[in-house]
Design a protein. Structure first.
Length: 314
């Protein structure tokens, strides 16, 4: 098990390097000239002399291999340059916005898990009952309603009409309610359906029948055995969504004017702020990689048989 964990951790390094390479290639293939984008953001007319000076300053006149190596070194030093718009270090601006996105992501995940796990579990046990029909209806609504539309609906009813929650911004707990509900509804629909299907599948396994014939209580079978194995797909989905949420829920942050990382990235796209875009892409890739690694390790703890499969693969 220890060797499997070590191999999984070391396997992250080439994946990160490959993500840097993809980012580097796509930025260089982009029609946007970083020197021109910098001068335009600074309201300076881009003459040929100024463009050549900025290209030399950014190292764009060096061979591609040299630029790629320099990019790798800077990334591992957390040096993403300065923003073209604010002229401040990109990493400082990103870290200043991460707490807002982290707060929104954690609250959304917590609410989704708090509702979806008992709802999916009970809807599987009491199949075709009232709670099962309710969970399926909630899943359909969560999967079909666009997040931006749901956000505007919540603002209209709970902020404009009822005046219960603030319309936008970040401050007290009241500012967090509507964005959290908007984000968590889609997650609730996914996790509820995953857990319901997984529990129904596990209930057909032979070990459930053997446990019942041995006289083990139904509650113990369902909670200690069935739920423990059935929750595996939910953990996998949770890991994928945590990476997505932590890199910024762009639509929801725009709707509620939430000062997070996703909104910062949208502004960078409109301003052609290439250092910010590079930082976002790499941070998103690294977060997805780390979240997937954590999910694999959690799955390994819950089901040690995975280490045997991983040993066979390696």
């Amino acid at each position: 098990m220890v060797s499997y964990i070590a191999k999984r951790i070391f396997a992250v390094i080439p994946i990160v390097l490959f993500a840097i390479f993809i980012m580097f290639v796509f930025i260089r293939l982009s029609p946007v000239d970083p020197a021109e984008a910098y001068l335009t953001a600074a309201n300076i007319h881009p003459t040929e002399e100024l463009l050549a000076e900025k290209r030399h300053e950014f190292g764009l006149d060096q061979p591609m291999v040299v630029q790629y190596v320099q990019t790798i070194v800077k990334v591992f030093q957390l040096d993403f340059g300065h923003s073209y718009v604010t002229n401040q270090p990109v990493w400082d601006e990103v870290t200043a916005r991460v707490p807002a996105t982290l707060q929104l992501a954690v609250s959304s995940i917590f609410l989704a898990v708090l509702i979806s796990i008992p709802l999916g579990f009970l809807s599987a046990i009491y199949k075709n009952s009232l709670i099962d029909r309710f969970s399926r209806l909630l899943s359909y609504l969560g999967a079909s309603i666009p997040q931006f539309w749901l956000g505007y609906l919540l603002i209209f009813f709970f902020s404009v009409k009822l005046n219960l929650f603030p319309v936008e911004g970040r401050g007290s707990w009241a500012h967090l309610v509507l964005p959290t509900v908007t984000l968590s509804l889609a997650l609730i629909s996914i996790y509820t359906r995953l857990l319901r299907a997984s529990v129904l599948e596990q209930m057909q396994e032979s070990y459930v029948l053997y446990a019942r014939t041995r006289g083990i209580k139904e509650k113990v079978i369902m909670v200690k055995h069935v739920l423990k194995l059935a929750i595996s797909p939910v953990i996998t989905g949770l890991g994928m969504n945590v990476g997505k949420l932590l890199t910024g829920t762009i639509i929801v942050e725009q709707v509620f004017s939430w000062p997070g990382f996703g909104r910062y990235f949208v502004d960078a796209i409109f301003n052609r702020d290439i250092p910010v875009i590079q930082c976002y892409v790499l941070l998103a890739a690294c977060l997805f990689i780390v979240c997937n690694l954590i999910v694999d390790l959690v799955q390994l703890v819950m089901d040690p048989r995975i280490s045997l499969k991983g040993r066979a693969e390696y």
